[in-house]
Design a binder for this molecule. Structure first.
Ligand code: PLP
Length: 431
């Protein structure tokens, strides 16, 4: 029997290895017992405002009753079925509804389990497309400081930094280029044009986080320049892959970040907000042309990729419920409201001596603080800030010296104000 004295944290420490955690320095995890709306509650009864939607996932807040209801109905009807040779209503309906929202050139939906697998699938599709056509291409272009996930393919096209260093020699080659941040657009685009003309026969695809590089510290680049880069790729027969794992489902103020672009990508990756943060699921969408390159009498041209839980009906039903919520007027109004409040706060703190830069788009808001070792993810401000905000009942984990907010759309003005005031207080302590 488990005694009351043994807290979750103590039992956890004996048995569990956590993600992105140095257990020597951070042996204890906070035991969470319930969550609703913008709040999570620990086993001591303390409430935290979830200012980053639990790793950017629960866009409508926690334990949403509407999603819970839809999921519970589905659970009793069909919990899972093999997805090769079989299909089901939740998958078909979700594919239909996603395709209505995605750019018009997107025609097919491939399901997987998370953001990293959605990226793996896109990369593998792009490589195999050229293989199937008899003109193999093996390289990928990606942005510097990119983050596309933790599996090997995803790591290969992500920043070669601390996260992937132990695996560096096991990663495939990628060509890293600058993102077209404000003021650098022309330079980046003309360099890109030059580079592409030199390597187009080797490059299968260009993968990018559209408009916002999340893990890089919410670094924002310009839509028009990115559109131009997609156009250059198309002219040179290089596929464009928009990794919308983070930016999808309203985060940037539009349904997809790609909606800001005049040129549309050939493939898109979705996850995180897809199920409203309820369950793990990934989606890769692609054009008819890509799908058609795998059609053949020759079975060797099949896309040999799948996961045990591909298109899990329960995860599909959570996604459908989340899509219903996305379509509600209140949700769209909330996104606007949060974006406006971020802007007002940004004006209020502009010019503060401790701040290097303030960035934002839609509900995404970031403050980059000045530090002596500002390039480091392992910046000392990070631990200090995380503790400061936890003590205040705010779940906020800075990326290095970047304090950022990605709140669920249901967050109240009052809670936002409390977060803003707390951030100001933290910055004041730094001065
Ligand atoms: C989080 C993230 C991923 C990886 O998703 P996981 O579900 O954590 O595997 C990929 N791309 C982007 C842009 C992300 O933000």
């Amino acid at each position: 029997m488990i005694t009351k004295e043994k807290s979750l944290s103590v039992r956890d420490r004996k048995t569990i290895w956590h993600p992105y955690t140095q257990h020597q320095l951070h042996p204890d995890s906070i035991g969470i017992v319930k969550a609703n709306g913008a709040y999570v509650y620990d086993d001591k009864g303390k409430r935290y405002i979830d200012a980053l939607s639990s790793w950017w996932t629960c866009i409508h807040g926690h334990s949403h009753p509407y999603i819970a209801k839809k999921v519970s109905v589905q659970l009793k009807k069909l919990e899972h079925v093999i997805f090769a040779g079989f299909t089901h209503e939740p998958a078909v309906e979700l594919a239909e509804r996603l395709l209505k929202k995605l750019p018009k050139n997107q025609k097919k939906i491939f399901f997987s389990d998370n953001g990293s697998t959605a990226v793996e699938v896109a990369l593998k599709m792009s490589f195999q497309y050229w293989h199937n056509k008899g003109t193999p291409k093996t390289k990928v272009i990606a942005f510097k400081n990119a983050y596309h996930g933790d599996t090997f393919g995803a790591m290969s096209v992500s920043d070669r930094g601390a996260f992937s260093k132990p695996f560096a020699s096991n990663l495939f080659d990628a060509i890293f280029i600058d993102a077209p941040i404000k003021g650098k657009e022309q330079e980046v685009v003309s360099n890109f044009r030059l580079q592409v003309s030199g390597c187009k026969d080797k490059v299968a695809s260009f993968i990018f986080e559209p408009l916002v590089q999340g893990v890089a510290g919410m670094v924002i680049h310009e839509a028009e320049a990115l559109s131009e880069m997609i156009r250059i790729c198309r002219e040179n027969k290089i596929f464009s892959i928009a990794d919308e794992v983070f930016t999808g489902f309203g985060r940037t103020g539009k349904f997809f970040a790609t909606d800001y672009l005049s040129e549309k990508p050939d493939m898109m990756c979705l996850s995180k907000g897809l199920t409203g943060g309820t369950m793990a699921m990934g989606v890769t969408s692609c054009t008819e042309d890509i799908f058609n390159a795998f059609l053949s009498e020759d079975r060797m041209k099949t896309f040999f990729h799948g996961h045990s839980f591909t298109a899990n009906p329960v995860a599909c039903s959570a996604s459908l419920a989340s899509m219903d919520l996305m379509e509600r007027k209140e949700t769209r109004q909330s996104i606007k409201r949060i974006a406006k409040r971020h802007e007002q706060f940004s004006k209020r703190i502009k010019g503060n001596k401790a701040i290097k830069e303030i960035r934002g788009i839609g509900v995404i808001f970031a403050i980059e603080l000045k530090t002596s070792d500002e390039t480091s993810y392992f910046n000392s401000i990070r631990d200090k800030a995380a503790k400061f905000f936890l003590d205040k009942g705010i779940l906020l984990r800075p990326i290095g010296n970047v304090i950022y907010l990605v709140p669920p759309y249901c967050i109240s003005d009052k809670d936002l104000d409390y977060i803003y005031t707390s951030i100001e207080e933290f910055i004041r302590e730094l001065e």
